[in-house]
Design a protein around this ligand. Sequence first.
Ligand SMILES: Nc1ncnc2c1ncn2[C@@H]1O[C@H](COP(=O)(O)OP(=O)(O)OP(=O)(O)O)[C@@H](O)[C@H]1O
Length: 567
Amino acid sequence: MENVALFAGALALLVYALAFASPYGLRVLTVAGVYALAAFGFQIVFGLGGALSLAQGAFFGVGAYVTGILGSRHGLGFEATFPLSMLVPLLLALPVGLAVLRLESHYFALATLGIAQVLHLLAVNLPELTGGSNGLAGVPAVVLFGWAVPRGLPMAGLVWGLVALGGLVGWRLTHGKLGRSLTMLRDDPLAAGTLGLDVGRLRLTAFGISALFAGAAGALAVHTQRVVSPEVLEFPVMVSILTIAIVGGRGRMAGAVLGAVLLLHLPEWFRFLERGYLVVYGAALLLTVLLAPDGLTGLLGRAAGRLFGRPARALPEAREPPPSVSEDGLTVEGLAKSFGGLQAVDGVSLELRPGSITGLIGPNGSGKTTVINLLSGLERPDAGRVRLGGRDVTGARADRLAHAGLARSFQAAILPEGTGVLEAVAAARLAVDPDAATAEAHARWALDRLGVGDLAGQSCDGLPAALRRRVELARAVVRRPAVLLLDEPAAGLTDGEKAELAALLRELAGEGMAVLLVEHDMGFLLPLAGRVLCLDRGRVIYDGPADGVRRDATVAAAYLGRAGDLQ
Ligand SMILES: Nc1ncnc2c1ncn2[C@@H]1O[C@H](COP(=O)(O)OP(=O)(O)OP(=O)(O)O)[C@@H](O)[C@H]1O
């Protein structure tokens, strides 16, 4: 269906360009292609990665200036200027990205906006290099195999040829491991780290790719206009790219094309309204954003789905992933963490041996989740030592710990809305499997293992709580971890479901996994766990066999009068 729509769209553009477009119309179409190319990169960094990079306009401008300066001042040809126009923004993006990519979203947006401001100032104030406010004229035409590509249809053809190529590259990236990893990162950055994804490296890669696309677009813009001026570094360029991505549909290459064609043509279509056109144009944009929050391509996709039904998803054959290799489990000594003045975890020591199930209990707020967060790398300990698989991993990042064989679940099962069950589970293998198809085959195995293989073709949206928990557990199990940390996995389950979960956990431990269970439900936990630790105000107040917990006076005292009760 998607392919038919793409083909129809491409054909319509071709017919318009060949038979109907005036020279001016061809120029607008060419510029639309240039913006589509810039928006492809933005779809990757913002649409998929969720990082509102306001540097896309700056990278566009840098690409434009590289072609402008090298072309008009040094007479270099397209074959040299075009790759350099992509390379220079990339070289700028890497150090800038390293410096700003770890900032929180709005600070990141501001920092990237600053880049454009600085570059604009440089462009205006370095006239010997850039031509100052007037810019540089006389940028040569693109010369291909000795033929100077004239403006009009040939230039439009060249630009749209590159749009087709760029769109294909972008489409492959978005549908492969990178795109899926970025989507996971956007939807749930915390979980992404615990699934082994290197958040920093992924963001930097997306930022770099966005710069490559923007630089290419900037170069083509200059060849189309044959001049370069500080205008290419001004904010309207960035606003146009952002609008194109949002109106067209976040994260979709087809959305970038549709958005660019519409954004560039709407002012032309409304021009007869003279000064009133801006009002209508603004209202049309506002309506699109309000009525189609996932953009026009999202709207069209949903409409097509309703009309023609969703095509059945071809499911991969289940394949068993290799288990993590680890003879030793996890050993923790003197773990401590405070938040401000509050000592959340205070000198906790524990050992998770392969093949064992250990329970971690304690009243509400006693530090159980913080222990799991410390062990899985979401918090850094203030003190203590953690050894995993025989190696010291104290303070290691979540993705490193995941690679070392640790998996965890979260108290509130987080599955990204709008994602398929199979994709959500496969996300946990993206960091280790060679490609997305292998990750999906492994995910299929995990879903079968959890007894929910029939959910593979479904969406995560609207799944009942018990099934969501299973899918989330499948996401941990699919990693075949050596150590599995589960934060209240039985919450909200019926007695029958709890019994099934208990059987599964026994099976996993029987295969050599070391399991840590944080639980309030003693009826579930005590028959399952060999050993139980009880925390109170961050300290271990009981560490012994499960059947001794109920008789222990300190444990009973800790639970008395607290929100959590020893059921
Ligand atoms: N990021 C944080 N910043 C400040 N305080 C925190 C943070 N995380 C946890 N705390 C505090 O640390 C203490 C321990 O919290 P934690 O969530 O680990 O307890 P818990 O035993 O898991 O509780 P529950 O059973 O309710 O899940 C609480 O007082 C909590 O408010």
